[in-house]
Design a protein around this ligand. Structure first.
Ligand SMILES: Cc1ncc(C[n+]2csc(CCOP(=O)(O)OP(=O)(O)O)c2C)c(N)n1
Ligand code: SF4
Ligand SMILES: [Mg+2]
Length: 283
């Protein structure tokens, strides 16, 4: 296996695309986690449809290409079928905050132990520049040549109110923080979401804009719901306010799969255990 977890698939992202940083960060983090004892075969990546989705072609671990808007339910199904798997979903903003939004809300609500990494370039990249739920008011793109006439959603506020137990924001220009946040999100027990401000150089080049405004969260208590809400509301994806990066909220609560397992009748749990032992012995 290629040591840096790369593959032979030709990379078709535009030069300068923020997806490259996400790719480098995730490969590094998975490598570190495997050195720390997480077998690579226990990791499954899931992607949607869009520029972001190609990431699973470029990382040499098991993966599943789903369809637009359905990264979350596929990731949830894999986790429920085999709770020992670390499932990491990669979704676009159109994908996760548009077509698949209801899945995200319910995954957060049930606190299923999956990690969702959102490549939030605030545009439909693959289909060449239409607006998404996080494009700012007045965004001019293929489908809105005169500018959008609606305000964006704040996905982090939505996640907080839906019950997500880990909420963070990262930026594709700043590898160290990206790696740190990805690692924390993957290790978190419960539903984790990282909204990555991933710059699309071709249809919405925001490098300069973000570079001037981002700062890293310090002296912030991520266990405190009210402080998290206050920080999350500081920037509404529309104003010119400063943009905080880091972990806004983190809470340890029982996961969906733990609660499901508790409800299983004793005989069924014993039978599942027996099947696992037989499978283990036959390997
Ligand atoms: C069910 C379905 N609806 C719509 C499409 C068309 N489609 C493909 S990619 C895409 C937008 C992708 O945007 P985003 O999720 O933000 O990903 P990006 O390309 O920006 O990474 C759309 C609308 C599709 N393939 N399937
Ligand atoms: S269109 Fe945008 S998001 Fe897609 S590869 Fe090019 S720069 Fe990246
Ligand atoms: Mg997008």
């Amino acid at each position: 296996m290629n040591k840096d977890l790369g593959t032979y698939a030709p990379n078709t992202w535009c030069p300068g695309c923020g997806n490259f940083a996400i790719l480098t960060a995730i490969k590094t983090v998975l490598k570190i986690l495997s050195e720390e004892g997480l077998p690579l075969e226990n990791i499954v990546l899931v992607s949607g449809i869009g520029c972001h989705a190609k990431i699973v072609d470029y990382v040499n671990v098991n993966s599943f290409y789903s369809i637009h808007g359905r990264v979350t339910p596929v990731a949830e199904a894999i986790k429920l079928a085999n709770p020992k798997i670390k499932v990491i979903g990669f979704a676009g903003d159109g994908d996760a905050y548009g077509e698949g939004l209801e899945h995200l809300v319910f995954a957060a609500k049930r606190n299923i132990d999956i990690t969702m990494i959102i490549h939030n370039n605030r545009v439909y990249g693959l289909t060449t520049g239409q607006y998404t739920p996080t494009s700012p008011l007045g965004f001019k793109g293929r489908s809105t040549p005169q500018g959008t006439v609606e305000l964006p959603i704040n996905p982090l506020e939505l996640m907080l109110s839906s019950g997500a137990s880990f909420i963070a924001r990262a930026f594709s220009h700043g590898l160290e923080l990206l790696k740190k946040i990805f690692k924390e999100a993957i290790l978190h027990k419960g539903f984790s979401l990282v909204d990555v401000l991933q710059v699309c150089v071709t249809f919405y080049n925001m490098y300069e804009y973000y570079d001037k405004r981002v700062y890293e969260l310090k002296e912030h208590n991520p266990k405190d719901f009210d402080s998290a809400l206050k920080k999350i509301r500081e920037w509404d994806y529309n104003s010119d306010a400063s943009i905080a990066l880091g972990i806004f909220y983190r809470k340890e609560i029982p996961t969906f799969e733990e609660r499901v397992s508790e409800q299983l009748p004793q005989e069924q749990r014993a039978r599942d255990l027996k099947i696992k032992e037989i499978l283990k012995a036959s390997l």
